[in-house]
Design a protein around this ligand. Sequence first.
Ligand code: ATP
Length: 235
Amino acid sequence: MSEQTALAISALHGYYGESHVLHGMELEVRAGEVVTLLGRNGAGKTTTLRAVMGLLRSRSGSVRVWGKETIGLRPDLVARLGVAFCPEDRGIFASLSVEENMLLPPVIAPGGMAVAEVYELFPRLLERRSSQGTKLSGGEQQMLAVARILRTGARILLLDEPTEGLAPVIVQQIGDLIRTLKDRGYTILLVEQNFHFASTVSDRHYVVEHGAVVEAFKNAELARNADRLTALLGV
Ligand code: ATP
């Protein structure tokens, strides 16, 4: 694995209006790593991803992408550095077909996947290419949402709870997908409530509480930290 730092977040503060939500987030994701943000509801995990992408405008501190400071940049400029965000609601356009959804994002960074390449990775989407967004199952929507960000050419993927609301067999497929993307060299920062799932895909974990990191450990150290984690996550 390359030791190059893909994403470095330091002293990151974020606000929704008057509400101070991120209180000095510190974390790092190296190239090719899969890293999870764990934490209770409302801890600030989604907000962290939105702040990295530039979707949370009111933020301060430092977010470096491949060493370049992005804290003042608009989302489209962050995207040009090869970062993409897959939101929790998946953002599928219901009135468009699978293929139309896939054609929507422009290729904005070098190396964006051609549609044929995406279908190779997601045979199910090929079968469903003419189906409307509304007709897709939750798992198919999640696959499409990831397929769409791969089209952009992003190499740093921010995935917000990709397994939420999905049946166990589909969760396994999402796990396979994340491992495949890691094998292909993608860097992934994942928000996950499903602690067990996170342990099957991630190299490292950060636990977030009140908008700050309170624990950081490698996946291999998970068992040793199980009791502490259970207390922190309230599971
Ligand atoms: P969840 O799993 O529930 O999404 P989370 O850790 O991702 O949890 P965030 O969604 O980042 O948490 O929310 C952090 C805090 O910011 C919470 O207190 C939440 O109520 C608040 N918040 C989130 N979105 C907004 C918004 N659009 N306007 C105001 N406050 C918000």
